[in-house]
Design a binder for this molecule. Sequence first.
Ligand code: BDP
Length: 323
Amino acid sequence: MKTTLATLLASVALVGAAQACEITLRSSDTHPEGYPTVVAVQKMGELLEERSDGRICVEVFHSAQLGEEKDTIEQTQLGVIDLNRVSLGPFNNIIEETKVFSLPYIFAGTDHMHKVVDGEIGDRILNEFQNHQLVGLAYYDGGSRSFYNSQKPIHSIDDMSGMKFRVMQSDVFVDMVDALGGNATPLPYGEVYSSIQTGVIDGAENNWPSYESSGHYEVAGYYTLDQHLIVPEVLVMSQTSWNKLSAEDQALVKQAAKDSVPVMRQLWAEREAASEEKVRASGVEVVADIDKKPFMDAMVPVYEKHVTSEKLKTLVEDIRAAQ
Ligand code: BDP
């Protein structure tokens, strides 16, 4: 009897909550429940619900339930998905300006990246999204990305020679791996584990939390901290969904997104440490003592090829000056 009543009350509460939400924004994320980006967007949803008196809700579809990033970006442009938390990498081939934040070694470290994305340069890039049926809402942390593989420890560029590495679907990253003497294979994130396992690729590159949560460390046990990329992540909204909101509600969405950033940064710092600990404890061989200079020097052709317009050149100069 008790259980029946409890079940009944729970379902009434659920119906009540569902009815209160006049607008439910569907948000996509490739990462699993509990990952900092997922929790941050859920937090944004809580803030939004509170501030709109329960009218606007956010539902996060984690674990790539709505698809891989390249596809969900298209779906967001079309208005099928309302919100999307993605790496900036897969935007490179669509929005040229996002390339500047995806250039190897463009940021000296996380503080430099924060300073840039939190400032006027960050706004300049976010504003570019509106020319592509999207609204840029906020930047999230993505740590620094390093190479891992299933074959051998990498101590220098020479060790990269001929090795096949998966990269995100962006020409910048393809050229980056090529410049290091490896072979780049652009693949969706969800295909990396099995591709390493079956030997289609030797490895990939990512930050500690993704290396850990994806389980890639189980099949690629050599991780070299060359930290070639610090790619910020973004939360974007479909222009179509945005246009359906009143100006007041647009402001609420924007503010809730901004307010989720410090929450995300805190969660990220904690998760980076926890993931590193878990991966190291699993017996992965970590090469931390690596001379990054040759890696940086090898990136000159990548800059030459991708930073060609005056607009991008200015952006790169401004980013460097902001250090
Ligand atoms: C992770 C990003 C995620 C990307 C993934 C990738 O958080 O958005 O999809 O890397 O490598 O670090 O594709």
